[in-house]
Design a protein around this ligand. Structure first.
Ligand SMILES: O=C(O)CCC(=O)C(=O)O
Ligand SMILES: [Fe+2]
Length: 361
């Protein structure tokens, strides 16, 4: 897929760097300048001290129950328009399926660097263990290591990058990918319904297509944690993302709304779901792909697992007639491969590409 073309320059392993920077006072290394952002206080952060989790909560049982389905679909469509994000409860995925993968992911990162490096990225590929999107020596860096794998279709898997330790990892990732994919398809149906479109309209675009899994490992950072970013602000290039985090009590994800950052409090056992650029475009702006980022905790690590659902690689991505019904066309159509190239170029310049595809109204 297009993302394979985007290789990354090798940079320091952040887990190792964090150990040196978080060490004893005498031998402590300073956090390198490349990890420090310029002005952390320039943007307001809403932390929700009232116990709210910031983004709307959607209940899959209510979506499925004929009694409550219409109202919950409307709530879902409103969450996708106003926040681009929601947490999904009662999603029906067995705890064993998510728990097994989470445990295996934790075990993977506990290994020595040498062992983890068996899955290292290779030149010209995004898959594997390392950091993504580093293209110049003066670029600011994220305080995270990641493991990116293409998990579906099965024949597209490049097992060179799939951990063999812990021994259960591959099986756990396989089962999780398949169960979560079915869940994503169901959600796409409910989202379409909520927007007044034919339920199959969105699902048909994504069913059977590429699914990528990125595991983000954010070590703690004792020094200047407020100036270090785990993941720079971005929108997701794909259609729909399902996100899990291993330690729900460590806050990290922040979502932008009305110019402010909202800190998301992950509900235990819930999925965090977000709209990607492709669905913003296909829904003709009825759903929004919203900027988000991950911040770092001073003393606790955090791990998240993002599953990205892409459309068919050779399709033209543009508003679907189902979502227009008398509305003006609000987005330019682009071939998906060209779209991805433009997305990565814009991302490296700190721009949100989907904004540039909006047509003047
Ligand atoms: O770690 C998180 O909470 C965010 C991850 C994310 O946005 C991504 O992987 O695209
Ligand atoms: Fe993301």
């Amino acid at each position: 897929m297009g993302e394979r073309a985007a290789g990354s320059l090798p940079v320091a392993n952040v887990q190792v760097l964090a150990e040196a920077c978080n060490g004893g006072v005498d031998d402590q290394q300073q956090v390198p300048e490349r990890y420090l952002s310029k002005d952390p206080s320039s943007e307001e952060v809403v932390t929700g001290g009232d116990g709210s989790c910031a983004i709307p909560v959607i209940d899959l049982c209510k979506l499925r129950d004929p009694q409550s389905s219409s109202a919950e679909c409307a709530k879902l469509a409103s969450a996708c328009l106003n926040w681009g994000f929601f947490q999904l409860i009662n999603h029906g995925l067995p705890e064993e399926v998510t728990g097994n993968l989470m445990n295996d992911v934790v075990e993977f990162f506990k290994q020595t660097l040498q062992d983890k490096k068996e899955c290292s990225q290779q030149v010209g590929s995004l898959e594997g263990y390392g950091q993504a999107f580093v293209v110049s020596d003066d670029q600011k860096l994220d305080w995270a290591d990641m493991l990116y794998l293409q998990v579906h279709p099965t024949e597209s898997r490049d097992l060179r990058f799939w951990p063999t330790r812990p021994a259960s990892f591959r099986h756990s990732a396989d089962v999780y990918s398949s169960e979560a994919r079915q869940l994503a398809y169901r959600l796409l149906e409910f989202m379409a319904r909520g927007a007044g479109a034919e339920p199959a309209s969105l699902r048909a675009v994504f069913e059977g297509q590429t699914q990528g899994m990125r595991v983000n490992y954010y070590p703690p950072c004792r020094q200047q944690a407020d100036r270090v970013l785990g993941l720079t602000a971005h929108t997701d290039a794909c259609g729909l993302t399902l996100l899990l985090q291993t330690n729900h009590d460590v806050q990290g994800l922040q979502v932008k709304k009305d110019g402010k950052w909202f800190a998301v409090k992950a509900l235990e056992g819930a999925f965090i779901v977000n709209v990607g650029d492709v669905i913003e475009i296909m829904s003709n702006g009825k759903f929004k792909s919203v900027e988000h980022r991950a911040v770092i905790h001073p003393t606790k690590e955090r791990i998240s697992i993002a599953l990205f659902h892409h459309p068919c690689q050779d399709m033209v991505v543009g508003p679907l007639p189902e979502f227009m019904k008398g509305d003006k066309v609000r987005y330019r159509s682009t071939n998906y491969q060209d779209y991805l190239k433009q997305y990565f170029t814009a991302k490296l310049d700190g721009r949100v590409h989907v904004e540039r595809l909006k047509l003047e109204q």
